[in-house]
Design a protein around this ligand. Structure first.
Ligand code: NAP
Length: 512
């Protein structure tokens, strides 16, 4: 029988920081037969697509970078988006990844071939790509969500989602509406307010907005980073700040309630100091506990509502008309409507981002529908062999994505290395291990911030349709430890019964 050569041992879907991170690790570990695909025409993922005015990282740059590729040249404590995009390009160049990337390649479907132990990926162009292993580095916040407000198709002005900003559009002197007040809106609103004629902000749920300890990176800090141990020290301080402000305060809220209370006091003081009109301040005051949904950090957002040309509209929207947006009580005429309405997160169309069929044709979306969102250590799902996610359900704990990418990469590499040692062609998490992990995650809910009554007022995308919060309830240190120490017997490693029927280029190289 003729042997089928699998196109690649590994296909990585996505060239954002998850894809770049695992690709670098694969190269370092000697896995050379891999391809990276992306629907975009450039690397950087989030930082490729999101270019709206004011975009910047919202955790300190010392943490928002790979541990093995730290920069001293960030211009600010919170680096602007274009520096993140340049950092992605730098990493791709430095680690020689460009020849392995295929841009403009959208994966629309993936099927596991049980006989041959390989994945068949179908692209939007109708091409088939095969791989022994598939790594989903598809990110979490990538599928723009347009609001389902009646009448949108009638609108004769220009509509634009924040993540698809049209830089050719001149906002100067225009009447502009922004729907949404999440993290993207918080950054874009203060940037565009001074140049537009009128800005109407349609708020459904106020966001907790905390002061942002941002500044141009002081010369003293740059100097410190040049001293022996200086870079380590700044990174350690930054990591500790990030760990305390999200993973620990959210997942161990009952143990450390003071952190959330302190944050709420700081948020309310910030609001009081920034907004003059008590009525507007009241509208901007969140009625849910800090941490129920992703808070924002800005020194400019709240005070934008003091401007004469800015209106905060909290009356619910009833429809979009030909010329603007109607609420129960008012009609606002706008020339440009900006949808700062976020992304599909814990929902169909994003979990996963393509139609995925595992062993016996099992559909991942259906499996999750039936069994609730879950993945062993946030990486693997039983019935979906050789498929690993960088940040699947119960994989994200709120720390810097970079830290999480590195630790999930550690998990996946252990599997690939074991498979290579065993000459295994099928790697699948056991049902027992997955059930144990899921149950453990549910048992840990007791200490989390999300289960207070007030969270029902937050409209938070952390909650899925079952009312679960598929975030990882543990510290980053624990997650890192687990990535290096989970029991490999939690997976079945099997060899194809037809080894002569499929080979990868890597197999061929090792046997010649
Ligand atoms: P988001 O946080 O999901 O916010 C979407 C906003 O649109 C919310 O205020 C939502 O109101 C509103 N909205 C949605 N549909 C609506 C409707 N039909 N009518 C009225 N309002 C509607 O999205 P995002 O601001 O793009 O941020 C998403 C995530 O991306 C953030 O949480 C953060 O993790 C990340 N992000 C990070 C950065 C950064 O690091 N620099 C910047 C931007 C975004 P409700 O709250 O009532 O649902």
């Amino acid at each position: 029988m003729n042997s089928t050569v699998v196109d690649h041992e590994i296909i990585v879907i996505g060239t954002g920081f998850s894809g770049i991170g695992i690709a670098i690790a694969l190269r370092k570990a000697g896995f050379d037969d891999f391809l990276m695909v992306d629907d975009a025409d450039g690397v950087g993922g989030t930082w490729h697509w999101n270019t709206y005015p004011g975009i910047a990282v919202d955790i300190p740059s010392f943490s928002y970078q790979y541990s093995f590729e730290q920069r001293r040249t960030w211009s600010r404590v919170y680096a602007p988006g274009r520096e993140l995009k340049a950092y992605a390009e730098h990493c791709v160049r430095k680690y020689g990844l460009r020849p392995r990337i295929r841009f403009g390649t959208t994966i629309v479907r993936a099927d596991f071939d049980d006989g041959l132990h390989l994945w068949r990926l179908r692209t939007a162009g109708g091409e088939e790509l095969t791989a022994r292993f598939v790594i989903a580095a598809t990110g979490v916040l990538t599928r723009p969500k347009m609001p389902d407000i009646p009448g949108a198709e009638r609108y004769s002005g220009v509509t634009m989602h924040t993540s698809r900003w049209d830089h050719g559009l001149d906002l100067r002197g225009k009447r502009v509406g922004v729907i949404g007040t999440g993290a993207s809106a918080v950054q874009v609103i203060p940037e565009i307010a001074p140049e537009v004629a009128e800005l109407v902000v349609f708020q459904r749920t106020p966001i907790w907005c905390l002061p942002r300890p941002d500044a141009p990176l002081p010369a003293a800090v740059r100097g410190l980073m040049r001293l022996p141990g200086g870079q380590l020290l700044t990174r350690a301080l930054s990591q500790a700040f990030v760990e305390l402000t999200f993973p620990l305060s959210a997942h161990y809220y009952k143990v450390l309630p003071g952190v959330v209370k302190l944050g709420e006091r700081s948020g309310l003081a910030h609001l009081k100091q920034q907004v003059h009109d008590p009525a507007v301040r009241d509208k901007l005051t969140p009625r849910y506990a800090l941490g129920c949904k992703r808070p924002s950090f800005s020194n400019d957002y709240l005070k934008t509502f003091n401007r004469e040309n800015v209106v905060l509209e909290t009356d619910p929207i009833t429809e979009i008309t030909r010329t603007g947006v109607r609420t129960h009580q008012t009609h606002h005429e706008v020339d440009i409507l900006i949808m700062a309405t976020g992304f599909k997160v814990m929902e169909s169309g994003n979990m996963p981002t393509f139609d995925l069929h595992g062993s016996d044709g099992l559909r991942l979306e259906e499996w999750w529908d039936t069994h609730r969102l879950q993945a062993y250590e946030g990486v693997s799902v039983p019935g979906f062999p050789n498929f690993f996610s960088i940040i699947g359900p119960y994989g994200y704990n709120g720390a810097s994505y970079f830290t999480l990418i590195e630790l999930q990469t550690r998990h996946i590499l252990r599997l690939l290395q074991q498979a290579r040692r065993d000459r295994a062609t099928r790697v699948e998490v056991t049902h027992e291990a997955n059930d144990r992990y899921f149950q453990e995650m549910l048992n840990r809910r007791g200490t989390q911030v999300f289960w207070q009554d007030s969270c029902t007022l937050a409209n938070s995308y952390y909650f899925d349709k079952n009312g679960d919060v598929p975030l990882r309830p543990m510290s980053t240190v624990e997650a890192f430890w687990r990535a290096g120490h989970f029991n490999l017997t939690d997976y079945h490693f099997k060899k194809t019964p037809h080894p002569q029927q499929t080979t990868t280029k890597a197999d061929r190289a090792s046997t010649h």
